[in-house]
Write a protein that binds this ligand. Sequence first.
Ligand code: NAD
Ligand code: WQD
Length: 339
Amino acid sequence: MTATILVTGGAGYIGSHTCVELLQKDYDVIVLDNLSNSSPEALRRVEKITGKSVTFVEGDVRDRNILRELFGRYTFDSVIHFAGLKAVGESCQIPLDYYDNNVSGTVILAQEMAAHGVFNLVFSSSATVYGDPASLPIREDFPLSATNPYGRSKLIIEEILGDLYKSDNRWNVALLRYFNPAGAHKSGLIGEDPNDIPNNLMPYISQVAIGLREKLSIFGSDYPTEDGTGVRDYIHVVDLAKGHACAIEKLRTGCGLKAWNLGVGNGHSVLQMVAAFEKASEKPVPYQLVERRPGDIAACWADPALAKQDLNWVAEKGLTEIMADAWRWQSTNPKGYRD
Ligand code: NAD
Ligand code: WQD
């Protein structure tokens, strides 16, 4: 029998790529998304890629009535919870919106899951929960901390889910700590489509290369890294999506609550990213070196060994593929889903 998965935030960047992987593995997929940072066109493209249909429900994960209606209508095997706000800077301006969306949204979702006998949950956490790590690579047992409301919302949710599991061991919860998602589906049909000026490096570089923005500001050139610019673990979004399918399989074995890093296991600097993007796109990416961005750390990359051991998952795609796929998406959809 095919299993049905509820995907909150499934119209978004990582969610849409995960829907492709789930459909290709013959899961039935129901997406709940309020479209606050996404377009329904993403799901039409998911259907085009897979030749399968996605059931889309427009609504908010904090809306109990919608959740009750959904849990009443479908028998879900598991829930993947992507829905949330994710901009670090914005979270400092409107922290209560972040706690409400991210923390309250997860609490309400978990309450309705339990009320309807669904205990398998994959949660989108982030490498941001490691704060500024004392050493690299980062293992899951490193100390956790937060430096901004967005990161704190993820940390609080991890703790809430930990308390929940301690209270009722019927729960199986995968806390997936993503490093830096990048790239797009190789079809060029789905990818990252920021509503506003991008906060993150990859969409910003893409928009400079396509001519939407004049130049990239590189935040800091005096970090203790090889070339002075920040180093991160950039993971192809399709590898990340596959990690969710592996986590679902793990939950179904009754694994309890556990955190896994989803990263490649090595880092690249901002200047290396610019050079790799220029090579893939054959376009110049003008940049200026500016002050460090407050709250940034010098370097961050994962030890992904636990995910390999437990989930049988490893990132397979490297920087060349990330850049080629990001450019294919950007150059064929210069205005994202608005084209
Ligand atoms: P995204 O903004 O593209 O996707 C999030 C989706 O959730 C959007 O479609 C949005 O419309 C929806 N949404 C937001 N609040 C909602 C609500 N209250 N009810 C229903 N839908 C709602 O972001 P993404 O990059 O795909 O990230 C997905 C998840 O992964 C987020 O939880 C994010 O915090 C986490 N994450 C992202 C990154 C990253 O760099 N992209 C890194 C680590 C963790
Ligand atoms: C990467 C590198 C910047 C933009 C953030 C969140 C984290 C996670 C992923 C959700 C850094 C530099 C960036 C620019 C630049 N999100 N940069 N110019 O900061 O590692 O992580 O997104 O969970 O929680 O904090 O990613 O893409 O913003 O930055 O020089 O215009 O690029 O300083 O070194 P970051 P990023």
